[in-house]
Design a protein around this ligand. Structure first.
Ligand SMILES: Nc1ncnc2c1ncn2[C@@H]1O[C@H](COP(=O)(O)OP(=O)(O)O)[C@@H](O)[C@H]1O
Ligand code: SF4
Ligand SMILES: [Mg+2]
Length: 319
């Protein structure tokens, strides 16, 4: 695919944070290295990785909301155009919506109904128009089983589950081309979960692109067209969901295969060791020390991210 055919393309993203050590010496901690992801219009791409693998930072880099002490390298393209910080601010909430991981992202001073419709003009304004828009917000809430009165609540009056539904509706109501949902499903009852997944699929069918971040590989397999596997701040593999069928013989990276084999319904085989922390990354492949296929060569250099059998992989020995 040509670059402009991707809705969103993240190329070799790097994120580091400046930190002060004990002697007040300033150092940089590299937490994301060579992270690559592309999202097509009309697809649901799941980003799967364990806690600390860089999923939320990817979302924050795309939206231009990394903290002040972060330094970003690499390129982020939207519809073929490389984005500056100013472009990201202009696109945020209009072309690219974020469903944040933390419900603290809701504005504490704005009523829920107004926030849901904020991407479409809000519920403020004179008489009849305002009533119509309030009804619109109520109808959106009703889809996830929330009472009409919730539109008039402030965020502190919502339970965690309700707040998550409001965040989802806020993003879906805005007419954005890309939606990034950062762990949107925890705390949802099964009916609401099914509703969310249906809404994502409907949004993708309209030609939007959905990037769904999750640590739950089963949820990803249920809904996504393709899955990007993150590990220690980089991308290890991008594979079609169908590549995970059976024993995962179509998968490309030893870590992805190990993740599949660790699922309860596929043998429950744990992966020995743990993901390395930023600042303690091995010199060569980041999976060194845990990989059953490791050779001497693996410790010498970081593998490139390359095309393989219709997907992508970062492993020297993948064939
Ligand atoms: N403001 C920050 N300062 C220093 N390190 C950070 C900061 N934010 C995130 N990190 C580190 O970056 C890594 C990736 O974080 P994050 O993207 O939140 O992970 P995930 O969402 O996959 O759980 C983690 O190791 C985390 O500790
Ligand atoms: S490069 Fe080597 S250590 Fe890394 S995943 Fe491939 S085989 Fe394993
Ligand atoms: Mg996160």
């Amino acid at each position: 695919m040509k670059d402009e055919e991707y809705l969103l393309k993240v190329e070799n993203l790097g994120v580091s944070f400046s930190q002060y050590t004990q002697g007040l010496k300033k150092t940089r901690l590299q937490v994301i290295t060579d992270l690559c992801v592309e999202l097509r219009a009309g697809e649901i791409l799941a980003v799967v990785g364990s806690s600390g693998s860089g999923k939320s930072l990817l979302a924050h880099a795309v939206l231009g909301i990394l903290p002040e002490n972060a330094e970003e390298t690499g390129s982020i393209f939207f519809e073929g155009r490389k984005l500056s910080q100013r472009d990201k601010e202009a696109l945020r909430g209009k072309e690219i919506a974020l469903i944040p991981q933390s419900v603290n992202f809701l504005d504490p001073l704005q009523k829920v109904g107004d926030q849901i419709l904020s991407g479409t003009g809000g519920t403020s304004g004179p008489g009849q128009k305002r009533r119509r828009r309030t009804e619109q917000a109520e109808a959106l809430l009703a889809r996830y089983g929330l009472e009409p009165g919730v539109a008039r609540y402030f965020p502190h009056q919502l339970s965690g589950g309700m707040a998550r539904k409001v965040l989802l509706q806020t993003a879906l109501a805005a007419d954005c081309r890309a939606i990034i949902a950062d762990e949107p499903t925890p705390g949802l009852d099964p009916d609401s979960l099914a509703e969310v997944l249906r809404d994502f699929r409907a949004a993708a069918a309209e030609g939007r692109g959905i990037l769904m971040i999750t640590h739950d590989i089963n949820a990803a397999l249920q809904i996504a067209d393709r899955i990007a596997i993150f590990y220690a701040g980089t991308t290890f593999e991008i594979a079609a969901s169908s590549d995970f069928a059976g024993d995962g013989a179509a998968l490309r990276h030893p870590y992805t295969r190990a993740l599949l084999q660790a699922l309860p319904d596929r043998g429950f085989t744990p992966i020995p060791g743990s993901q390395p922390l930023p600042g303690e990354l091995p010199e060569g492949c980041l999976f060194c020390g845990r990989c059953p296929q490791q050779t001497e060569e693996c410790a010498g250099r970081r593998p490139m991210f390359r095309d393989l059998r219709g997907g992508k992989v970062r492993c020297i020995h993948a064939t």
